[in-house]
Design a protein around this ligand. Sequence first.
Ligand SMILES: [Zn+2]
Length: 385
Amino acid sequence: MKGSNVKLFKPSSFSFLFSPFSFLSLCLFAYSLFMLYLRGLYFQMTNIQNLLQKRILVIDGAMGTMIQRHKLTEADYRGNRFADWPSDLKGNNDLLCLTQPEIIKNIHLLYLEAGADIIETNTFNAQTVSMADYNMSSLAHEINLAAAGCARAAVNEYLEKHPERKSEPGPFVAGAIGPMNKTLSLSPDVNNPGFRSISFDEVAEAYYEQIDGLVQGGVDVLLIETIFDTLNAKAAIYAIKKYFRDNEMAELPLMISGTITDASGRTLSGQTLEAFYTSVQHANPISIGLNCALGANQMRSHIEELSQIANCYTSAYPNAGLPNALGEYDEAPSQTAHFIEEWAKEGFVNIVGGCCGTTPDHIKHIAEHVKGVEPRQLPIMETEL
Ligand SMILES: [Zn+2]
């Protein structure tokens, strides 16, 4: 390697670099630094995966149900900042991240105290398309940023109170990406089945902005959830991949959760569970699962099927039973936990929690019932035919 003519071009003070021994040491040093850097990246990306190998993780319960308990008025939703907003704002739950951040943070804290390892940001509808209902599209990015901030603040406060929890990674903040109020696969006009109220690019653009807010706000994971139209979810996946590529960032772990809406076991856009799984598998999520629409009892056969086909971790967070005549959920925490404990023991699940109608009490029961139960093992995939 070392030629005398090379030496000629270098100042003599650096010549030690070119003695074979020093050069090798330098290379080794640089190599170790690089490996340390890679290791850092690896652990940053796989904190949640490390924990998933060890135990079943618990995701939080319903945000809406807990907000309802506060019986907030139109004025509460508006706060000072939007006191003169021209349209009604009551019901815009995601806006509360801006106008009532203490309430949102405290709901997150209740779920953390109940035993949640993953809390979801209050951003189910926080993209420009859904926010248009309140003429608040321009606030979508800010809401995502603030929502991630509320959740992060709750995690920090929780860890201050429970330093013993620091012995393992988490709790984690999942940036919640909902299905949007317009669908790409279905026509809203019964007389014109080919009509679409929105395009793939428009959906992707709305999600891209939401993702930017969530990532900048400091979420640990992105969660595309309550997917009833797989094409919307694909637009979200596309936006996520593009976002991290555009910004030259390591991708955050991705969780994907679909919704089975009828007894035939299909999504609203007509896919079977296996078709849904196959459609989103390319995104390489850390977990795939089901949430909403069904109670645990009705979800059982579907989560069993999914656990058999998924080559990643599985998640399930059902509603608190089916709604009663008044649209309320009244399955008791012990009942929900009883169903979920059985799934855990059967080895169907890696992440469990609750959707509509579930409360911190449900999450507490679920966490207690799955504690110590071995998590589902990832299947060994055949690499050759
Ligand atoms: Zn739900």
